[in-house]
Design a binder for this molecule. Structure first.
Ligand SMILES: [Zn+2]
Length: 378
């Protein structure tokens, strides 16, 4: 691999000290803990790190409505919203609070995702752990997401001339906003693996958005062996059938066993295996973050993702500087008062194998039926 093709990491200091509010699941540090952990492991050559630009209004309105972007800017400037804005744009409501960086933080994720698309124009790999806000809608916030950075990154790829792009979403929640954005655009095929019966309650097995979307709802307790099945029997066959020019992998960390907002039971070995398999076959790859509400499991998972993209061997026990980053985390929940030792001393979880349930096998078979032919080059 030539130097130009070494993976790049896009981050920002906007996330440091930023919180959605003390009672919100996103009160926790995620990107700062991830970056600190990666640096403490000696895994970040400063030449491979880029500070995320803030997306401009012109860039954001490639997908979002001008009145919504304006409302988000005003919410940050004024620190409050009117009842009309709350009603119309769901800012300051439905889990989407007004907080200090309520415009700049999501606009940084968007700027990072769009930059990642430009940087991979000719190929390569970019990791943007601050991006992955897959629920946001054109004119309103949804599910802690204000701006849909995956959509904006995918649109940037299309605007650069790509015509065959695959979006794979392994967050515990359905990637509804991304599926919706491309439901009439066959250039982007969306594939989401998520817990069945969980918010936003969309993404049923039979939902195909005109043919170029697939959904794999999975049962509570979804284990590493089952995720291996989904990878080998659904994700990779779809990838090999479509032969996309580029893949965006939304790598939310909330499908991990210890996450408080979902009931899936993966270890981070599942995320590592998915990243490894997809990177081997994608000519261009953007890996984003996404959900993840346990600060230890998120930072370990996303640092592991970066290590995997770079082929770094994972130490069995973390070096003291890395352990110190994890020991320095705190979490205002019962499990955070006395975190298990391995959350701070290891990067890789013990594997969580289990039986492969019939519904998982069936879902993998079903999504392969009637796959469209890959879109033709422009
Ligand atoms: Zn999620």
């Amino acid at each position: 691999m030539s130097d130009a093709r070494l993976p790049l990491l896009i981050g920002s200091e906007i996330y440091r000290g930023s919180s959605y509010g003390p009672k919100h699941p996103l009160a926790i540090p995620r990107v700062p803990a991830t970056l600190d952990l990666i640096r403490a492991l000696g895994w970040l050559d400063p030449r491979r790190y880029l500070d995320s630009p803030l997306a401009t209004t012109a860039q954001l309105t490639r997908y979002h409505t001008p009145d919504y972007v304006g409302a988000l800017r005003r919410a940050e400037a004024e620190g409050a919203v009117s009842p009309e804005v709350r009603e119309r744009h769901h800012i300051g409501a439905h889990g989407n609070p007004v907080f200090r960086e309520v415009f700049r933080r999501p606009a940084t994720g968007a700027g990072g995702a769009m930059l990642a698309a430009r940087l991979t124009r000719a190929g390569g790999i970019v990791h943007v752990p601050g991006a992955g806000t897959h629920h946001a809608l054109p004119n309103r916030a949804s599910g802690f997401c204000y701006l849909n950075d995956p959509v904006l990154g995918l649109l940037q790829w299309l605007d650069l001339g790509l015509t065959n792009v695959l979006y794979v979403d392994i967050d515990a929640h359905h990637g509804d906003g991304v599926e919706l954005a491309f439901r009439d655009d066959p250039r982007v095929f969306t594939l989401s693996v998520h817990e069945s019966g969980r918010w936003p309650f969309t993404g049923r097995l039979e939902d195909r958005a005109g043919g170029h979307a697939r959904n794999i709802p999975v049962p509570a307790g979804f284990n590493d062996t089952e995720m291996g099945q989904v990878l080998e029997a659904a994700i990779l066959p779809i990838l090999r059938h479509l032969r996309p020019q580029a893949v965006m992998l939304q790598c939310g960390a909330d499908a991990l066993e210890e996450d408080p907002l979902a009931r899936l039971s993966l270890s981070n070995n599942a995320h590592r295996a998915t990243v490894r398999a997809v990177m081997a076959e994608a000519p261009r790859l953007i890996v984003t973050g996404g959900g993840g509400y346990n600060p230890w499991t998120v930072a370990r998972c996303w640092a592991l993702v970066w290590g995997t993209l770079n082929g770094h061997p994972v130490p069995e026990r973390l070096p003291p500087a890395a352990e110190a980053v994890l020991r320095g985390l705190s979490w205002d929940r019962a499990a955070g008062r006395d975190p298990p030792g391995h959350w701070s001393t290891t990067l890789l979880d013990p594997p969580r194998p289990g039986p492969v349930r019939e519904e998982v096998v069936r879902a993998c078979e079903t999504v392969l039926e009637g796959l469209p032919e890959p879109p033709r080059p422009a």
